[in-house]
Design a protein around this ligand. Structure first.
Ligand SMILES: [Zn+2]
Length: 102
């Protein structure tokens, strides 16, 4: 059963609670009756979920760290590694395209 984090928009109370995947999200603050928001593993006010495939998540992660000219080292051991290489190339990583067998 996963643990979810909540934060109150009104009083700032934050807490974690174990809930089943099928349970409805909590909406009312137990402290003040205010409005709760679900926090996805962070207390950052700008957190937002992105619905998508694993590849979409991988691309979002790369897009946040790769800048043109960066050297990116990716272990390729299947389709997803190759896909990650293609994503990094599109983001302008340094195109050394070196392959080291392991
Ligand atoms: Zn509250």
């Amino acid at each position: 059963m996963p643990t979810y984090s909540y934060s109150c928009r009104d009083c700032g109370t934050s807490f974690d609670i174990q809930q089943a995947f099928t349970d409805d999200a909590l909406t009312v603050c137990p402290n003040c009756g205010g409005s709760l928001r679900k926090v996805f593993g962070t207390r950052n006010e700008l957190t937002f979920p992105v619905s998508g495939t694993g590849s979409a998540g991988m691309e979002a992660a790369l897009a946040n760290v790769v800048e043109p000219g960066d050297l990116v080292i990716i272990g390729v051991n299947g389709v997803f590694g190759g896909r990650m290489v293609e994503m990094a190339k599109r983001m302008g990583e340094r195109d050394d395209d070196g392959t080291i067998p392991f």
